[in-house]
Design a protein around this ligand. Structure first.
Ligand code: PEP
Ligand code: MG
Length: 320
């Protein structure tokens, strides 16, 4: 069984009917990046930069960040690395104290891009470090917790400025592709307003499910209520995938949902072509996708979207 999976390291992620699916890795350490490369990931789809900010009492400076980002880019040997800008908040508080303490509603507070836009110097430093790393291989920039178009436009201006600053030091760099995470329900529903302002999108189902269902992702007392297998969640994911398709903007899913091999038929049916997941689950997902017939699944997609409850969705999956 284990050897069976290992055999898939060098195999393509291709459905039975010959459609290639891209498997990217989520990474929050140097080891994750090395594993992603070894497993034949298409790239890093989500590099959680906050891990650098969580280790120390001090906020990492530009040089320290640059070295970490550059090493990740080099380790991927020409496959793209998607750096998510700082995603701190009360649920992920850094030891240096950037994240605000004592918010009444931390999940609805100064998180993700909101925090970055609060600390100009910290954000510009991070953008310059990422841009410098892009001199060593393909890099993309992904913005967390986007709720509106304005935030993306501001980040794009700041990114251009970072590129100008790095060029001013004599380093030849391009403006990296910019993407937004879709994890706020209004960003998902209003995705048309974002799609023409970004180069790619990535659905963060961990937070999207939390906000859509009003269910705290970390509250065990809520038990089964926290689940992506809700008709509202599936419809919204389908809506974002369709919008991406209409605008010619690639859409990935990078939440835990993408890492659950059992759910692969469902995401393929909704039109997903890019998954990003923890490297530990990559080969299992590759195997599941290689067992799928995409055209059959897409023919059954309307039935999936008509499911009225979780049991209906599970029944659909059981016969996929
Ligand atoms: C998500 O919200 O789905 C996501 C990938 O981001 P994080 O889990 O880091 O909040
Ligand atoms: Mg998130």
């Amino acid at each position: 069984e284990r050897r069976d999976l290992e055999r898939l390291r060098s195999k393509p992620t291709r459905t039975r009917d010959g459609v290639d699916i891209a498997l990217y890795a989520n990474a929050e350490s140097r080891e994750d990046v090395a594993r992603a490369h070894a497993l034949g990931a298409a790239g890093v789809g989500l590099y959680r930069t906050e891990f650098l900010f969580l280790q120390d009492r001090e906020t990492p400076d530009e040089e320290e960040q640059f070295i970490a980002y550059r090493d990740a880019v080099l380790a991927m040997g020409g496959r793209p690395v998607t750096f998510r800008t700082l995603d701190l908040g009360a649920d992920k508080a850094d030891r240096a104290g950037l994240a605000l303490a004592n918010e009444d509603n931390p999940a609805l507070g100064v998180r993700g891009v909101r925090l970055s836009l609060l600390y100009d110097a910290v954000f510009d430093t991070q953008l310059r470090a990422i841009v410098r790393a892009s001199a060593y291989g393909p890099v993309r920039v992904l913005v967390p917790m986007v709720s509106c178009r304005e935030e993306v436009l501001i980040v794009r201006r700041r990114l251009r400025r970072a590129v100008a600053a790095v060029r001013g030091r004599g380093v030849s760099v391009q403006v990296p592709p910019l993407g937004a995470m879709i994890e706020v329900p209004a960003a998902a529903i209003g995705v048309h307003g974002l799609a023409d302002a970004v180069d790619f999108l990535s659905i963060g189902t961990n937070d999207l499910v939390q906000y859509l269902l009003a269910v705290d992702r970390n509250n065990d007392a809520l038990g089964d209520l926290y689940s992506p297998l809700h008709p509202g969640v599936l419809r919204l994911v389908a809506h974002v995938l369709r919008a991406g398709n209409e605008h010619g903007v690639p859409v990935a899913v990078c939440g835990e949902m993408a890492g659950d091999a059992r759910l692969a038929p469902l995401l393929l049916a909704l039109g997903l072509k890019e998954f990003s997941l923890h490297p530990a689950g990559l080969l299992e997902l590759r195997r599941a996708i290689r067992d799928c017939d995409l055209s059959q699944l897409q023919a059954r997609a309307p039935r999936l979207l008509q499911a009225r409850d979780r049991r209906g969705i599970e029944r659909w999956l059981a016969t996929a």
